[in-house]
Design a protein around this ligand. Sequence first.
Ligand code: V47
Length: 384
Amino acid sequence: MNFLISSIKDTALKAVAEKVLAGERITEEEGLILYESNHLSLLGTLAHHIRIQKHGKNVYFNRNFHIEPTNICIFTCAFCAFARRPGEDGAWEYSIEEIENIARKYQGKGVTEVHIVGGVHPKRDVHYYGDMIQRIKKILPGIHVKAFTAVELAVMIARSKMTLEEGLLKLKEYGLDSIPGGGAEIFAEDVRSQICDTKASTDQWLTIHETAHKLGIPSNCTMLYGHIEKYHHRIDHMNRLRTLQDKTHGFNTFIPLKFRDDNNDLSYVGEVNMLEDLKNYAVARIFMDNIPHLKAYWPMIGKQTAQLSLSYGVDDIDGTIDDTTKIYSMAGAEEQNPALSTKELVYLIKKAGFVPIERDTLYNVIHDYSKEDVQDSVDIPILE
Ligand code: V47
């Protein structure tokens, strides 16, 4: 490490690296210096140093599946390939019975989490989704329901004529356990107005998560990167999340989401490359000093980049998924039918040199695979 630091010629970059090694919080300006540096090995080493202090070589995953109740959406976000207007070709909505049938498939399978998100439907309210949660929990008692982005919550709670507190408490009573991180995109107004003008504003997104945290509902947070935003927008975004986390300590995980460019109105922008993904994970790990976990969402980023990201600050790669999400495949992600068995997840984590730990949603350890043999190879394209 000392050798690496002393070889840095750029004095500003060297000062930031020394600050990070001393365990001090970096400022927005210093975060920008990291983003603007092309010293990927330094960024990776610093981020890895932090992840080792926080989590050793543990890499967390869970057994989960998704339910996307509908892709019918009242909003038209420029980056989205998933949403359809009511009646448009390709629009779908599951009935409650169809959702119950999806849940039944997971009885006795050891699954610990269902992640429910979808389009913002023009008619559904808190009671409709609350009933859905109750029916799922009747079929899968004990399952953790991580459901509804702040964007969906803002609309369903307003439609039910409730205050945010009332709506969130009611959903908690129905069985909502935590809130996923979606809908954050980029908080800076000059970007947000171009990519998702009409949905929940930055203030609404942050207020919903703050209110949830105060009511004892934990959540995750995301950032959609690699489109029209600049580095200073990413730093501003992470700074707003870091500031809220200082107040509430309610975020478990930060999930940078790489913009995928198929079938959407931002397709002309293209996609950033893998070096940029690794840099982004590293800067996120260094900057977000108060959010415990950093997730590489493998269905979106791909298995091999997810493996590499583990050396750039990432300690979580989400879960088994079981081919139950379409948001990324419709936007052109490598994983067109994302599904991994626990054995495959364990194998890919071990082959990257880390310790696989099955967790529940709140990071309680369910199974430590460090002692288990993974000699039988599994047939998936990963880095061996
Ligand atoms: O908010 C939509 C993103 C998000 C595209 O909390 C796109 O554990 C890239 O939030 N290219 C929803 N991204 C998904 C989400 C999430 C995913 C995994 C885990 C968790 C968690 C949360 O998907 C949206 C948006 O930022 N998205 N379209 C696209 N073309």
